[in-house]
Ligand binder design. Structure first.
Ligand SMILES: Nc1nc2c(ncn2[C@@H]2O[C@H](COP(=O)(O)OP(=O)(O)OP(=O)(O)O)[C@@H](O)[C@H]2O)c(=O)[nH]1
Length: 368
């Protein structure tokens, strides 16, 4: 039986099985198997561009990557046209095999790369065609922008979410708070910091590990809300990505005010109309907010800081990250930094590599 058939068989069995106390462990086991087969299906994705690595630590010029996901004709091209410069000047992305047209959104001195993944995400989890590349690309995103058509049913959103869920992309979710380590010997040791309030029992954990042929491991569940699904995610950690998602409803000009109001109240959601030029600024601001980037202005000795060309780094970055962003080897030459701004105790503060910088700090770096 091919993997696709195996997946189908498990999905069918899951659909047939009634959900109750007596079956929850069996369902958990099936979910574990399903996760494994889905992974196999996507196994050669690593070599197909995008890579799925950490993507962006401190990217070259502070770029972040946003991927647009949506069904055809929801208005992705229109949105790209409105908020980006049409073509990327930077060609350091590896999606040449995709027909996506990356654009650059210039905002607050940052260059944010926006990649349109044409409506081919659909079917990716079934291993269809270029879907895998799309998935690999989506994995490297700092933010997923799900573009939805306000005039269409909620089905679009649910189906895209499910598609991403199936390939291991978790939207707006924290990593489960479970410590897990494979061991050489000693059997499986499971500890809960407080009794689980969900279906995640010691028995379930052991059963799933056995199915994965893992016979020695230490598991510490630190959150009583963790479920079997969370545990499966933890043991498949290399294939999971926790990505923020912003839901953007386009074409609000074509629905009633009540409907717009209802959509706009959903979490992580912005409403807009490309055609009427409504809400586009909100989309840009929300992208910026969700990316949670910091701007750092560099300053040479005796000269005013350069305020029009900040280095953009992830929020909570250190001077070390900043150095790495400037050049791979810069850290080795680093002597000290002078920092002005809200992260500094006094202005300027002399700091080392581990100092955490705030948004809009001014930094002078001194080399040996
Ligand atoms: N009523 C309305 N129509 C819109 C709006 N934005 C886009 N459209 C229309 O929706 C259609 C699709 O827009 P595109 O921007 O091409 O959509 P897309 O998602 O890029 O489509 P694909 O290229 O097929 O993936 C076009 O006919 C647009 O005129 C809007 O805000 N309101």
């Amino acid at each position: 039986m091919g993997i696709i058939d195996k997946i189908k068989a498990i999905e069918e069995e899951m659909a047939r099985t009634q959900k109750n106390k007596a079956t929850e462990h069996h369902l958990g086991l099936l979910k574990g198997k399903l996760a494994r087969y889905r992974q196999q299906l996507l196994a050669d994705e690593a070599g197909s561009g995008g890579g799925g690595g950490s993507g962006f630590e401190v990217a070259k010029s502070g770029d972040a990557r946003v991927v647009l996901i949506g069904y055809p004709s929801v208005g992705k091209s229109s949105l790209l046209g409105k908020i980006t410069t049409t073509k990327s000047e930077i060609a350091h992305y590896a999606f040449t095999t995709l027909t996506s047209v990356p654009g650059v959104l210039k905002y607050q001195g940052a260059e944010i790369q926006i990649v349109d993944l044409p409506g081919i995400i659909y079917g990716a989890s079934q291993g269809k065609g270029r879907g895998r590349q799309v998935v690999a690309t989506a994995r490297t995103a700092d933010l997923v922008l799900m573009v939805l058509d306000a005039t269409k049913s909620e089905h679009q959103r649910a189906s895209l979410e499910k598609e991403l869920e199936n390939v291991g992309i978790r939207l707006n979710k924290e990593k489960p708070n479970i410590y897990y380590k494979k061991k050489e010997t000693g059997g499986v040791k499971v500890t809960f910091t407080s009794p689980p309030k969900t279906n995640l029992t010691e028995q379930a954990i052991k059963m799933i590990l056995r199915d994965y042929r893992i016979h020695n491991a230490e598991v510490l569940v630190r959150d009583d809300q963790c479920t079997i699904d969370d545990f499966i995610d933890v043991i498949n950690e290399q294939h999971r990505n926790y990505v923020k998602c912003l839901y953007v409803y386009n074409k609000i000009d074509a629905v009633s005010l009540e409907e717009v109001d209802k959509l706009a109240r959903e979490p992580n959601t912005v409403v807009m109309s490309c055609e009427m030029d409504l809400g586009l600024q909100d989309v840009v601001e929300e992208i910026w907010y969700q990316l949670n980037l910091s701007r750092v202005y560099t300053k040479k000795r005796g000269v005013r800081p350069v305020f029009d060309d900040p280095l953009v780094v992830r929020n909570n970055s250190t001077i070390g990250d900043l150095c790495h962003g400037i050049h791979r080897d810069f850290k080795d030459k680093f002597k000290y930094a002078l920092v002005w701004g809200s992260s500094a105790k006094h202005s300027p503060q002399k700091c080392g590599l581990n100092h955490r910088i705030d948004d809009e700090d001014v930094v002078s770096l001194f080399a040996k």
